[in-house]
Design a protein around this ligand. Structure first.
Ligand code: GTP
Ligand code: MG
Length: 394
């Protein structure tokens, strides 16, 4: 793939802000000899926040901005003035983004909804100013609390499109054509294999304003799980679909066998793919006559609902939508479960994730900027340089 705008994988260095330190200031006024402590609190450091945004479909906007720094909290100062809170940094991501710790491969979280916010790194709490530490026996504490340190983390953001129906088929099976027939999406269509190189999404409108999302992905071939063709890299986009629509052209010699090859490739990628609901569409059925369809019927797999369709004549398209809708709404609670398990399963598979990372090999030119002054300990107490002991004694 040459230049591609479809970015579904980025690595980002994030750092929250440290808390501002509390002030240990002593009040000094002309006619108030023992003014006492009046040091204000430090401000909170900025958080790094992830937010789901449905206007993004890829992670492209993050590709060239791979350092995210929230700002530090301001220090407290005299007269009980509080330090300013640091500014939060929000990383906008498309819905369907999964976040991993880049160092350990550990799963962190999942952004699935528009507006959903997760604090990825908390900004440090600001330290308390010295006036908090007054006691009966210690009227003039000469110390204040420093702010909490910042946190840093290298994360991997991986995009998994959240479509309801994923199209699965050999190249040239008519997947993109179907998507363009049932939705407003206009993917490239051509009579050669691997026309589609990047996933396309379309919204299929169903009856009474209802709709569902369909994902067209590049074709899969036998041996894809060993890297043949475009491999299985794109399968991660249909990993979380609730339903897989298998597509096999009507003029295929052995429809059942082709369906089984596809199933087998999916299972090799991730056995949980087989837990999903399935529907089989026999495409390009305008090339078959009724007699032929009747002959084919008994040869088809009997454990999956099937339908003969043609995107050219419209044959079976409405019934296909009906079947998809009915299947999608069957036992939807259970499906949520399957989706979640799939994510967890993948997260545990650290070795695989790291291998994928190696494959990407995109990070060589990228230098991470760690901040040097990795911070003071939170419980550390210090004396304020500004505090004048001589003056205090007077
Ligand atoms: N006769 C007939 N031809 C069709 C039908 N649907 C698709 N085709 C043709 O089949 C060829 C492949 O269609 P695509 O939709 O590009 O196939 P694809 O599955 O997306 O292929 P890849 O992107 O390469 O995986 C094109 O020449 C289409 O015009 C159909 O219902 N009937
Ligand atoms: Mg296509």
């Amino acid at each position: 793939m040459a230049e591609s705008n479809f970015v579904d994988y980025v690595k980002i260095y994030c750092r929250s802000g440290k808390g501002g330190r509390g002030s240990a200031h002593m009040r000094r006024e002309k006619y108030v000899p023992n003014g006492g402590p009046d040091g204000g609190d430090g401000g909170r450091g900025g958080h790094v926040i992830l937010r789901g945004n449905r206007n993004y479909w890829t992670l492209l906007h993050l590709k060239y901005d791979r350092h995210v720094f929230a700002t530090h909290g301001g220090n407290g100062s005299k007269n009980k003035s509080f330090g300013k809170d640091g500014e939060d940094k929000v990383i906008e991501v498309p819905c369907g983004t999964v976040v991993y710790n880049a160092e350990t491969g550990e799963y962190i979280c999942d952004i699935t909804e528009h507006g959903q916010e997760i604090i990825l790194l908390k900004g440090g709490r600001g330290g308390l100013g010295n006036w908090h530490f007054r006691t009966a026996t210690r009227q003039a504490p000469r110390f204040a609390q420093p702010g909490e340190p910042m946190q840093e983390l290298m994360v991997i953001l991986e995009l998994k499109l959240l479509a309801d129906v994923g199209l699965v088929g050999f190249p040239n099976a008519g997947k993109s054509t179907l998507l363009s027939t049932v939705s407003a999406a206009r993917p490239k269509i051509a009579n050669y294999p691997f026309t589609t190189l990047e996933p396309n999404l379309g919204i299929v409108s169903y009856r009474e304003g209802k709709s569902f999302v369909m994902a067209d992905i590049p074709g899969i071939i036998e041996g894809a799980s060993e890297g043949k063709g475009l491999g299985l890299r794109f399968l991660r986009h249909i990993e979380r679909n609730s339903l897989l629509l298998f597509m096999v052209p009507g003029d295929t010699d052995d429809i059942r066998k082709e369906y089984e090859i596809l199933l087998n490739e999916l299972a090799t990628f991730n056995p949980e793919m087989l837990d999903k609901q399935r529907v089989l569409a026999i495409t390009k059925s305008d090339m078959l006559d009724e007699e032929l369809i009747a002959m084919l019927e008994p040869t088809l797999p009997d454990n999956v609902p099937h339908i003969f369709i043609s995107s050219v004549t419209g044959l079976g398209i409405q019934q296909l939508k009906d079947i998809l809708w009915t299947e999608l709404n069957k036992d939807s609670n259970k499906l949520e479960g399957v989706r979640t398990e799939t994510i967890v399963h993948r997260a545990k598979d650290v070795a695989k994730l790291q291998e994928e990372l190696k494959d990407m090999g995109e990070d060589e030119d990228f230098e991470y900027e760690y901040e040097e002054d990795a911070d003071d300990d939170f419980d550390y107490e210090y004396e304020d340089e500004n505090w004048d002991e001589e003056e205090e004694k007077k």
